[in-house]
Design a protein around this ligand. Structure first.
Ligand SMILES: [Zn+2]
Length: 501
């Protein structure tokens, strides 16, 4: 730990000068897990550009090595650059203390450093680790754990002022008030459920500074609560497979499926199974009406499956993907009207934000109104960096009165997505294998959703798309049907994503 005399507040060893944010904005920033600044959070999924303003190769190596620890849990990327603007600018002034601006504040004032690491020649790699972890915690938006409004430390204030007035800190009472006693308003920060004295963002509390004898050492690693908290601040995508429980036939009754296990409301859901039928007593027995929507209440997501008019539904299975507001992912829902002409219908979908290159896009069906035969298909065409054609088609004698499709776009370079389609037919016995264009490092997250159907309307519509044997190379799929149902084609789009951790 180098020279013990140098241990001081924040940052360990040297003053972490009051977190250097414009005073004018003092009210708006906050902590993380330890308390995380609500306004200083980086957009989820961002890759932060980091630049060294000085320092040796060894110092740079240590930063890259230890800062990467946060990325095991936070859904962010670091890109080390040598020119141009940078979100985080690091200097190694040995007399500048360990300090960092909070979160997105770091990106302001490009001509100034946003972080200083006073890495001394006698600091071992292990010594450096704890303050690199701590200062990067600030850079990701975390404030000091002891600055939580609910911190229970019983400070002996006089003793604290005296302690920090000594070298190397030589802090004024104002400095101590800021660095040690400052507490943030609960509404300005997001905190984990309890105060964590083992957090990397908690200062050491030397013996004698509290009225009840409590003390704690410098923490040197991310605590388990730190890891969980930063993962909740920067959550990574998840895929859920959900299904209604078998229930009596419901005509026109919507069924809701709770999507427990998602982190955000940025959820898209597709159909992976249906057991439904047109009302046999209705004037027309071949109408199939179904719609699916996300239902958000108290930030809980539910998928609503709704058969309407003369359609009965037994069960529905859905696959839901939480896109976690990743800045690079875009998604939407598009109504595609289908005129009686059997030519493909094309609707231009423009991305809200253009990509650098044409992204990968998947499309899938989430709402339809079919008559006569039950035939429909959606697919993307002519994908550019600005948008794509969402195409749909059905064939005689089927009438597709309306169709809503969902789409997801993902840059090809990031997160190594692999997208594609597969279709079960009698020719392949409704079974097959998908091999990814490029392999993953481990079995990916797999999202699958209905994109094509050709089924006999004289019987119940029953199908279930099942995937098995998922590996880094590919997966097996199967379309099941049962009883008297007759399917000619059941096809699906898939999106596979490298898992984050
Ligand atoms: Zn600090």
């Amino acid at each position: 730990m180098g020279n013990e005399d140098e241990v001081s507040s924040c940052g360990f060893r040297l003053p972490d000068t009051p977190v250097q944010v414009d005073d004018s904005n003092e009210n708006t920033y906050t902590t993380m897990r330890l308390a995380h600044g609500k306004n200083w959070k980086w957009p989820n999924g961002s890759t932060l550009r980091i630049k060294f303003l000085d320092g040796t190769e060894e110092q740079h190596r240590r930063v890259k090595k230890h800062a990467a620890e946060w990325l095991k849990y936070a859904y962010l990327g670091f890109s080390y650059v040598t020119s141009g603007d940078a979100d985080i600018r690091i200097s190694f002034d040995p007399n500048g203390g360990h300090n960092s601006k909070l979160g997105t504040n770091s990106a302001r004032n490009q001509n100034e450093k946003s972080m200083n690491l006073a890495m001394k020649s006698w600091h071992t790699d292990h010594d450096s680790r704890e303050y690199i972890l701590h200062e990067f915690g600030h850079a990701l938006g975390c404030i000091h754990e002891q600055a939580r409004p609910d911190v229970p430390i019983k400070w002996n204030k006089d003793a604290v002022y005296k302690h920090y007035a000594k070298p190397p800190n030589k802090w004024t009472t104002k400095d101590v008030d800021w660095n040690v006693f400052k507490k943030y308003d609960a509404d300005k920060i997001i905190t984990s459920s309890y105060w964590d004295s083992t957090s990397i963002m908690q200062y050491a509390v030397p013996k004698g500074l509290t009225t009840d004898g409590w003390w704690c050492p410098w923490n040197t690693e991310l605590s388990s609560a730190d890891k969980a908290f930063i993962a909740s601040m920067y959550p990574s995508p998840t895929v859920l497979n959900l299904q209604t429980v078998s229930r009596p036939m419901s005509k026109g009754n919507m069924q809701r499926i709770k999507a427990t296990g998602v982190h955000t409301s940025n959820v898209r859901a597709g159909i992976t199974g249906l057991e439904t039928v047109a009302d046999s007593s209705a004037p027309r027995r071949d109408k199939l009406n179904f719609t699916m929507a996300n239902w958000e209440e108290d930030s809980k997501i539910e998928v609503e499956a709704y058969p309407y008019q003369d359609t009965y539904m037994y069960n529905v299975a859905v696959s839901a993907i939480d896109l976690v507001h990743d800045v690079d992912f875009q998604s939407g829902q598009q109504h595609v009207a289908c005129p009686s002409s059997k030519k493909p219908t094309k609707v231009w979908v423009e991305f809200e934000k253009s990509y650098k290159d044409a992204p990968e896009v998947i499309t899938f069906i989430n709402s339809f109104q079919l008559e006569n035969e039950w035939v429909m298909k959606v697919w993307p065409e002519g994908i550019t960096k600005d948008g794509f054609w969402l195409c749909s088609q059905n064939y005689d004698p089927s009438n597709l009165h309306s169709l809503d499709a969902q789409w997801i776009s993902i840059p090809a370079r990031r997160g190594a997505p692999r997208t594609g389609t597969f279709a079960g037919t009698m020719l392949n016995d409704f079974k097959g294998h998908v091999e990814f264009k490029r392999r993953f490092t481990k079995p990916p997250l797999l999202f699958v959703a209905l994109s094509q159907l050709d089924a006999d309307s004289k019987h119940f519509l029953r199908f279930r798309i099942v995937t098995t044997k998922l590996t880094e190379y590919g997966f097996e799929w199967e379309v099941n049907s049962w009883w008297d149902s007759i399917n000619a084609i059941v096809g699906a789009s898939y999106l596979a994503l490298e898992p984050w951790s």
